[in-house]
Design a protein around this ligand. Sequence first.
Ligand code: ADP
Ligand code: MG
Ligand code: ZN
Length: 477
Amino acid sequence: MARYEAVIGLEVHVQLATASKLFCSCSTAFGCPPNTNVCEVCLGMPGALPTVNRDAVRYAALVGLATNCAVNLRSIFARKNYFYPDLPAGYQISQYELPICERGFLPVKAEGKEKNIGITRIHLENDAGKNIHAQNENASYVDLNRAGTPLVEIVSEPDMRSPAEAAAYLKTLYGIVTYLGVCDGNMEEGSFRCDVNVSLRTVGSVALGTRAELKNLNSFRNVQRAVEYEIARQQDVLDDGGAVRQETRLYDAVKNVTQAMRNKEEAHDYRYFPDPDLLPIEIAEENLAAWKAGLPELPKDRLARFRSMTGLPETDIEVLVQRADLADFFEKAAAVSGARKVAHYMIGPLLRECHARGIPFEPSCWAMKPEALAELVQLVDKGIISAKIANDVFGDLFSSGCMPEAYIAEKGIGQISDAAALEEAVDAAIAANPAEASAFRGGKTKLLSFFVGQVMRATKGKANPSLVNELLNKKLC
Ligand code: ADP
Ligand code: MG
Ligand code: ZN
């Protein structure tokens, strides 16, 4: 690879989480019966007039503000003309010469280094419908429920140089749009999808090489793997004295290969022109200022704040801020019990339970509530249960959603902190092991842990360890 350098640029489509579509009042709900959320506007009937959704404009501007873009107070919708069955009007309404946001950048950390990735432009556009090719019959269907759903397309500069950088950029962007609340982040449903452009050039050269555009990438992992494959493929082509073709390629996640789909012409003839049915988007300066002032805390800032709350390393905290709902969960529990301890339980037992049960690391998938985790931390803190017991019952608490205090009381597994009850067990342990007892008295103080272990076994781990230590020291001296 040393001879070549990879050049990567991303086009990310983000579905905006508005209640209604971009140019009509039809619902954007996912999964409704086909062609039930449609009207004359999103069906592209001649003469039907579009009206812009205010929320979509605000959401697009928020994305621009959060990615250091200039937000244009005036931008223009343009028609992008092409024919496809899922596009009833025969054109997509997008933005061309004057997009809503441009010239931004995103600081991205990959492989230990931080770097700014340039953002060329962000434009607002409507989504197409869906073609459904039936498996068992010789037919294709068109569902136009999605037609007209608002999207922003975020186009990056070709600034990324490795698969890891591309994946990190995408994750950073994902964090931003979900923290802003402008996208539901559901990648399986296509709410956040991207095309990746990859080319190689010889190290030291400035001109860009010919690129392939990869489609069908619906996870961060697939982006990373597809780019890795594509770099190796192009390198083979170049090493064999061949030329990379400018084309669109589909990624096959099962085979982990990219395959040519269609040639990509240098310039599509989309015959862009300003949409005569729509006025320019005008944003009042004071609105933009208010949106900027009202931006929520974004992942980077939250990470810094959680670091100082917990004193934990960045790699631990990254796990907690990867989703806004996770960070909220942490913050709720940490407000009641200590931040550092709550963080330990989340990246320890909680993450482990999720892995073991194949449950996503997302609070909405858990029965356990932040109040329950906070209470568990407090039970350990107060010595009502030992850390070991907390670990043992964690799986049950996680899957049942029970409050720990009630659970412990019902199962009778509270820690024994009653000195009289423990004294009996301590006496019995000393009486049963006279040789060790005299060795201890003779100076082998390391045997203390042996006795602690004996008492713990006798009490099934329920004895309060510091109390046991205290009693043993008293009785053995
Ligand atoms: P199109 O809309 O036809 O895909 P654009 O010129 O808008 O074309 O480019 C789209 C994306 O491709 C951008 O993110 C850009 O950074 C990236 N890109 C352009 N040229 C190259 C190249 N030679 N290698 C890698 N990425 C590229
Ligand atoms: Mg493209
Ligand atoms: Zn409609």
